[in-house]
Write a protein that binds this ligand. Structure first.
Ligand SMILES: Nc1ncnc2c1ncn2[C@@H]1O[C@H](COP(=O)(O)OP(=O)(O)O)[C@@H](O)[C@H]1O
Ligand SMILES: [Mg+2]
Length: 275
């Protein structure tokens, strides 16, 4: 049997959103609307697999990632990471995971090396050892020596995303949570990040949960894919099985896009970050 790395059981999370009505309400009260971001989601991620969460904007992907990362508390259900409960034992979970979000935060005036050294110090890594490790990681990510010393703010978003992943790798996390790691990247940087993700699974046995709205990415990278729509998981299969859910039309094999359309009646609009 495959060891279970992440166990998500009946997870529910809602937010209270202030209404953006520009006019005052007659009763004068604040208008707040409930948004169910994650609606009774259950799944297991096996150790060493790349598990994709595919869905359009607003489908609940980031909320799910933040719940697993102990950054949010669920309103219902439970999550364990290698048997550690995210609510009861968040510290144990934090030691096992690392997360890279779409908008990674840096000290923008500092270089990747300085940012990573700072990260290494936070994690209590030995400075000399950390610098060697940082160079090795940055090199592996295709960051030339010349850019390692430049302020992060002068780098492209693709580069910045790679630095963010490099920082996450410093702790050798057993579980890496990547929230839209390739959104807004140019095709080449995208491929570099994707091959790094595969390498991590293949060479270090890292368990990776990644979110994406890029179907080609989900298809090529993921061992299994959970398709999310409006906070719900509408399918969870291998890419091959997902495609087999939809009959081939006009002689050509269905794409994941066809599967999404078939399952939800909606198009999965790809919206790249503007940069
Ligand atoms: N902190 C928050 N406060 C209020 N609403 C939120 C918050 N975070 C997410 N939401 C809402 O929850 C839903 C799911 O959002 P999110 O998890 O960010 O989706 P995705 O990552 O798939 O784009 C959206 O309707 C979003 O507006
Ligand atoms: Mg998101």
């Amino acid at each position: 049997m495959n060891e279970i790395a992440i166990h998500v059981q009946d997870i529910y999370k809602n937010f209270h959103k202030q209404s953006s009505f520009p006019w005052p309400r007659r009763n004068g009260g604040e208008v707040s609307r409930q948004v169910v971001a994650v609606d009774n989601v259950s799944f297991d991620v096996h150790k060493g697999e790349i598990f994709g969460v595919l869905g359009p904007n607003g489908s609940g992907k980031s909320t799910l990632v933040r719940l697993i990362a102990t950054l949010l508390l669920p309103d219902g259900g439970s999550i364990t990471v290698f048997d550690h409960d995210v609510v009861r034992d968040p510290m144990a979970v934090q030691r096992l995971i690392n997360r890279v979000s779409v908008e990674a935060s840096f000290f923008k005036k500092l270089s990747p090396m300085e940012n990573l050294s700072y990260g290494a110090r936070l994690y209590g890594l030995n400075n000399r050892q950390a610098r060697i490790q940082i160079r090795e990681i940055l090199n592996r990510l295709g960051l030339e020596a010349s850019s390692v010393g430049k302020p992060v703010e002068e780098m492209s978003r693709g580069m910045q995303q790679k630095v963010a992943i490099a920082r996450a790798l410093l702790t050798h996390p057993a579980v890496l949570l990547l929230d839209e790691p390739t959104t807004g990247l140019d095709p080449r940087s995208k491929r570099e990040v994707q091959s790094l993700v595969c390498e991590l699974r293949d060479q270090e046995g890292t368990t990776i949960l990644l979110t994406t709205h890029d179907m080609v990415e989900a298809d090529t990278l993921c061992d299994r894919i959970a398709i999310m729509d409006s906070g719900r998981v509408v399918a969870l299969e291998t890419p091959e099985k997902l495609r087999s859910l939809v009959p081939s039309q006009n002689g050509h094999a269905p794409t994941l896009e066809d599967v999404f359309l078939e399952l939800t009646g909606k198009k999965l609009v790809s919206e790249e970050a503007n940069s």
